[in-house]
Design a protein around this ligand. Structure first.
Ligand code: NAD
Ligand code: IPM
Ligand code: MN
Length: 348
């Protein structure tokens, strides 16, 4: 039995999560043994109870669920985002989800904003370290200066880079590590040391390092040259949003996080790359595709390949027919997109 914890969260999180329930029902009808439980965490719950994620629920998630499907978190009523830290960042860090996988496979040529580049020419997969760097949230503010620390450990960097090397080896494609070791001599110096050790362990992988600033320029000018990109938490966040732009926007990009070194139960989390989008929340026009493709990544990881391909194929088919939410230039609502995709899934 696969036990799924669902945390819809804030803003458009619950709206896009609505699209997942019918897919899970369908998966169960395909004979997959799954059950799911929703948790109410998010700004409403936090403002009402002062609780971002109870320790009891954290332990339950960790010990008796296999995975978390997560919508989004962030609410203008909690401007310092402390409930997001105590919920999402806690899950990523305390479940040791060092690998955050963010693929960029655009569906339609019209979604790619780069001159002369076709959707089928872009196959880029980001491996972002998901727990460290400035996300250690250590620092302080003085009257006229402020300090944010960035912590990098060889354990986390090795786990992330090894996953990226293994993937590049399996796909027989190049790996580029984005860094700023020219400035961040300590933290990214450590990245480069671990990178060089792994290069020796994976001689078959064509691997290189690249300054992250130059990499961003090259990505826009010649995305075909990149396949697997590995980066720390901060650079990986920026690169993955740029790549969301190659896919039509934030509403489309999926992500999966996992802990390759942890044999325990709950060692994976699936969430779209986008946030809670307060500017469109409540209007019913959020794009559910990022959430649905994240759910497909969960199916893939579970070994449910047929179901993963059905979801991905249904999204492609519906977009190809011209249906789209406003962020992709269409007029469909979130619910209309979900229903069209769901109908297509059933015929796959
Ligand atoms: P955002 O991703 O929420 O929104 C950026 C832009 O993309 C907005 O114009 C929004 O309308 C659009 N957008 C995002 N998702 C969309 C979707 N599914 N369909 C259509 N349009 C979509 O980023 P932001 O505005 O920088 O952040 C808003 C809040 O979300 C903040 O509190 C931030 O901290 C949080 N956030 C959370 C996550 C997460 O939960 N993983 C990720 C990013 C941002
Ligand atoms: C993401 C988001 C988060 C991050 C925020 C909400 C902390 O931008 O999931 O990409 O920076 O990791
Ligand atoms: Mn981000």
């Amino acid at each position: 039995m696969t036990r799924i914890a669902i945390i819809p969260g804030d803003g458009i999180g619950p709206e896009v999560m609505e699209s997942v329930y019918p897919v899970l029902e369908w998966v169960r009808k395909q004979g997959r043994d799954a059950e799911w439980v929703s948790f109410p965490y998010g700004a409403d719950h936090f403002l009402r109870t002062g609780e971002a994620l109870s320790d009891a629920h954290f332990q339950e998630l960790r010990d008796s669920f296999d995975t978390v499907l997560f919508g989004a978190v962030g609410d203008p009523r909690v401007p310092d985002g402390r409930h997001a830290e105590a919920l999402l960042l806690r899950l990523r860090q305390e479940l040791e989800l060092h690998v955050n996988y963010r693929p960029c496979f655009p569906f339609l040529d019209g979604h790619v904003p780069l001159k002369g580049v076709r959707a089928s020419e872009i196959h880029i997969e980001v491996f972002r370290e998901n727990t460290e760097g400035p996300y250690c949230l250590k620092g302080h503010t003085e009257p006229d200066r402020a300090v944010d620390e960035a912590v990098h450990s060889s354990k986390a960097v090795r786990i992330l880079l090894k996953a990226a090397f293994e993937h590049a080896k399996q796909k027989e494609c190049p790996l580029t590590v984005a860094h700023k070791a020219n400035v961040m001599k300590h933290g990214h110096g450590l990245w480069m040391r671990v990178f060089n050790e792994l290069r020796a362990e994976f001689p078959e992988v064509k691997a290189s390092g690249m300054h992250a600033d130059a990499l961003l320029c090259a990505l826009v000018q010649d995305p075909k040259r990149f396949a697997v990109i590995a980066a720390d938490n901060f650079i990986g966040d920026l690169v993955s949003d740029l790549l969301a732009g190659f896919q039509g926007g934030m509403g489309v990009a999926p992500s999966a996080s996992w802990a390759p070194h942890r044999p325990h139960r709950c060692a994976a989390l699936f969430e779209p790359v986008h946030g809670s989008a307060p500017d469109i929340a409540g209007k019913g026009i959020a794009n559910p595709i990022g959430m649905l493709l994240s759910t497909a990544l969960f199916f893939q990881r579970e070994g449910w390949s047929k179901e993963a391909e059905a979801v991905q194929g249904a999204v492609a088919a519906v977009l190809t027919r011209g249906l789209a939410t406003p962020d992709l230039g269409g007029t469909s609502t979130c619910r209309e997109m979900q229903q069209a995709i769901q109908k297509e899934i059933k015929t796959c």
